[in-house]
Ligand binder design. Sequence first.
Ligand SMILES: NC(=O)c1ccc[n+]([C@@H]2O[C@H](COP(=O)([O-])OP(=O)(O)OC[C@H]3O[C@@H](n4cnc5c(N)ncnc54)[C@H](OP(=O)(O)O)[C@@H]3O)[C@@H](O)[C@H]2O)c1
Length: 276
Amino acid sequence: MLKVGLIGYGSMGSMLVASLIRSGRIKPEEMIVSTRTKSKLQDIKNLWGRINVTEDNCEAVREAKYIFICVKPLQVKEVLLEAKPYITPDTNIISIAGSVPMKFIEEVSGAKVTKLTPSLTSEAMDGISLVCHSDSVSEEERQFIETLLGGISTVKTVREEGLELAAELTSCMPGFIAAIFRNLTDSAMRQGSGITREDAEEMIIRTLYGTAKLFVEKSMGFDEMIERVATKGGITEEGVKVFDEMLPGVFDEMFRRTLAKRRIVKEKVESGLGMK
Ligand SMILES: NC(=O)c1ccc[n+]([C@@H]2O[C@H](COP(=O)([O-])OP(=O)(O)OC[C@H]3O[C@@H](n4cnc5c(N)ncnc54)[C@H](OP(=O)(O)O)[C@@H]3O)[C@@H](O)[C@H]2O)c1
C-alpha cells in the first residue's frame, strides 16, 4: 500500500506535493495524486518522475492510507461520497478545507479525520501547519502526519474551535504581512525622498528577512526587539508610539471583519453541503 494519496492538484495541493517531496520525508513513488483535469497528470509525472497519478479519486483512496483532500470546501462532499466504497476504517483523511467541520467529514466518510491548515510559507519549507486530529486517529498516525508535515513547517496542534483564529495568524498571515508592508512602501513613496519603489521594497523585504531571523534564531521577543532598536527619545521610539496608538484599533477591526466573514462563509458552506 502507498503511504500518501492527494486529491485536488490546485494551488495548495501542488504546493503540498512539491514541498513534501522536497523535504525528503516521502518519496514520489510513495504517493498517488488524483485531480479532475486529465492534462495535469502528465505535468505531475514530468515534475516528479516515479509519482503515481490517476484521474480516478477512488484509485487514490484504494491505494493509500493517508489521503489529503485539497479540493474547494463545496467539492468535499462529492469527493467523499464518490470515494466512500473504498474508504476503510483505517483510512486517514487529511482535509485542508477549513470551513468543513471535522464531524461532517467523519460522518460522510466513516474515516479517521485530521484537519490541516497549511500555509503558503511551506513553499519555502517554513511557517506553521495547524493540525487537529479526531479522537479516532491513533498516536502512531498522529506521529506519521506530524513528522511528514514537520519537514515543511513547524506543526502546531490546535482544537477545532481554535483553528479559525490560528489560521488568521498563520495561513492568512503572508497576505496580511504583504498588505501591511505594501502600505508602508506606499507611504514611503509619498514622502518624496527620491528613493525608488524598487529600492524601498528591497530595503523592507531584506529587513523583514533579517528581523525574522533574529526572532527565530536568536529567540528574540517583540519587546526585546523594540528595546534593542528604539533608544529613549530617538526616532524609532517615536514611530513605535504611533503604532501603539493607532494599530490596536486597526487590528481589532481586522479580526472583527475576518472572523465575521468566516462565519458567513461557514454558513454558506454548511448550507451548500446540505448540513442545514
Ligand atoms: N489557498 C490557500 O492559501 C489555502 C490555505 C489553507 C487552506 N486552503 C484550502 O485549500 C483547499 C484548496 O484550495 P486551493 O486554493 O488549492 O484551490 P484550487 O486551486 O481551486 O484547487 C482545488 C483543486 O481541486 C481539484 N478538484 C476539484 N474537484 C475535484 C474532484 N471532484 N476530484 C479531484 N479533484 C478535484 C481541481 O483540480 P483540477 O485543476 O485538476 O480541475 C482544483 O485544482 C480549499 O478547501 C481551501 O479552503 C487554501
